[in-house]
Design a protein around this ligand. Structure first.
Ligand SMILES: Cc1cc2nc3c(=O)[nH]c(=O)nc-3n(C[C@H](O)[C@H](O)[C@H](O)COP(=O)(O)OP(=O)(O)OC[C@H]3O[C@@H](n4cnc5c(N)ncnc54)[C@H](O)[C@@H]3O)c2cc1C
Length: 460
């Protein structure tokens, strides 16, 4: 490999994994991270005696190699975890994944008849012809019928993502929401009437898809990223925290340096190679000279949805009946109770709630800390979840690049950007932000490994 450091941009799961892989191959790594700690979205915010997580996060993977590495890293600190989810629909709470029996008994007979008729209509029409332009709405109507689509998906998607499903790429529905086929429906009805009831509608892809066993730690996911950071220091990785990459400097098809700023000071760091895990749109636009007007324009069209988190410490051991609860009529779309996660919460006998508010950075809610706190507390009281007199501490924190937004046509823009970046000999991009993909931590880490492996292959 060429002399000099390999620079990893971003210290989330993907960046840490890339640096880990490179370090194991004896490659000298400098990791640049804008925040004062590593972990990115899987990190968390230290406040008082507790870590408030972005989410929070559960570790899960079916990848044997990665699971073995994380088990070796964490030892007895990795704890099995059982997730429970409730979703509020039509004034009632549904367990998730949705159980056919529950849907059957909680929806009114009239709604069930309409749902069955609309499912059969859309299923038949969809089998005979496809609309000339597909989007998430047309796909979900075909999967579920218009009635169930409107009840379970339309408003929720619009609230979380800020755009209606009709402006969403069909790939969002295809990748994230499994199809409910007619044979499955017959099977479910047969199960319901003639056999012992079992299973639920296959809707697990609607929220974060989980694969393999679920794990947590007494300090949440951030304990994993913190431990990984410590391991990297032991292997000689140099960390530049509180440091932002401003420019990526190139000569022809080679990256030669990155320009960094830290606490008002600028520095140009020459490098042998770069692995990027920061948001792909910003990274692409930071090249000097630019990668070209067409690529820059494509990068500008890729957008992320932001989340504001309101963390609340409550003087009660547990507040919610499930680990995660989803709502559509409140300012928050999801709320989590960390007491369900085996967390050590300080002081004992209290719990942490984390409410997630979807927005764009130009929305008032993004900046208005007092307003968003008050709106969340009012909604919690309205839902009879808690009384404000029980609240001991609140903290507001933010993730500007929480979810890539799969707008119509984003695939072409992404391909154009990836093609442009792929021309560079000593550059790789990886992770949820770096590849604009709605993936979980284990996939982001595998992407980090793969980026390191590609770089090693290309550079030797
Ligand atoms: C609310 C929520 C809940 C989730 N729950 C789960 C879960 O339970 N389980 C799971 O497996 N996954 C979950 N995920 C997905 C998971 O968070 C991501 O897959 C993973 O954290 C992505 O890691 P990453 O390294 O690709 O990106 P990130 O974690 O975003 O890391 C990117 C890093 O780059 C840094 N950065 C950005 N710009 C610059 C710059 N200019 N200079 C220097 N540094 C910069 C950022 O500070 C950040 O640390 C969840 C995601 C969200 C939003």
């Amino acid at each position: 490999m060429t002399e000099g450091h390999t620079v990893v941009l971003g210290g989330g799961c993907a960046g840490l994994a890339a640096a880990w892989r490179l370090g194991k191959r004896g490659i000298s790594v400098v990791l640049v991270e804008a925040s004062d700690h590593v972990g990115g979205l899987a990190g968390g915010v230290q406040f008082g005696g507790n870590v408030y997580e972005y989410g929070p996060h559960i570790f899960h993977t079916t990848d044997a190699e990665l699971l073995a590495e994380i088990k070796e890293l964490m030892g007895d600190d990795l704890l099995p975890y059982k997730r429970t989810i409730q979703i509020k629909f039509l004034g009632g709470y549904f367990k998730f994944p949705l159980s056919m029996t529950e849907v059957f008994f909680k929806l009114s007979p009239w709604t069930l008849v309409r749902a069955a008729a609309s499912f059969l209509y859309h299923f038949t029409v969809g089998a005979l012809s496809r609309p000339s332009v597909e989007n998430t709405e047309t796909v979900l109507q075909r999967y579920y019928g218009d009635v169930l689509y409107r009840i379970f998906f339309k408003d929720y998607i619009e609230r979380v993502w800020g755009i209606p499903p009709s402006e969403f790429s069909p790939s969002f529905a295809r990748q994230r929401i499994p199809r409910l086929n007619v044979l499955e429906i017959f099977d479910k009805f047969a199960t319901l009437f003639w056999k012992k009831a079992r299973g639920g509608l296959r809707t697990e892809g609607y929220v974060e898809k989980t694969e393999g066993g679920l794990y947590t730690t007494r300090e949440g996911f951030s304990m994993i990223t913190k431990r990984l950071g410590e391991r990297l220091v032991q292997t000689g990785c140099e960390f530049r925290l509180n440091t932002r990459v401003q420019k990526i400097l190139r000569e022809g098809d080679r990256v030669i340096a990155v320009s960094l700023t830290s606490q008002g000071k600028s520095e140009t760091l020459p490098c042998a190679a770069v692995i990027n895990t920061t948001p792909i749109n910003e990274c692409t636009l930071s090249f000097s000279p630019s990668l070209g007007a067409g690529i820059d324009q494509a990068a500008r069209s890729l957008r992320f949805r932001a989340l504001v988190f309101v963390g609340i410490r409550v003087c009660r051991p547990q507040v919610l009946p499930a680990s995660f609860m989803y709502f559509r009529e409140h300012v928050f779309n999801r709320i989590t109770d960390l007491s369900h996660f085996s967390f050590d919460i300080d002081p004992p006998g209290s719990t942490l709630l984390i409410a997630e508010v979807s927005c764009d950075p130009q929305d008032a809610v993004w900046r208005d800390e007092i307003g968003v706190k008050e709106a969340v507390i009012e909604d919690l009281e309205r839902e009879s979840i808690l009384d404000r007199s029980e609240i001991e501490e609140t903290v507001v924190f933010r993730a500007q690049h929480a979810h890539p937004i799969y707008t119509l046509g984003h695939e072409d823009a992404l391909q154009s950007v990836l093609k442009g970046l792929g021309m560079l000999e000593n550059f790789e991009t990886a992770g949820r932000q770096g590849r604009f993909q709605y993936v979980n931590t284990h996939v982001a880490m595998k992407m980090g490994y793969e980026a390191a492996d590609h770089l090693i292959e290309r550079m030797v």
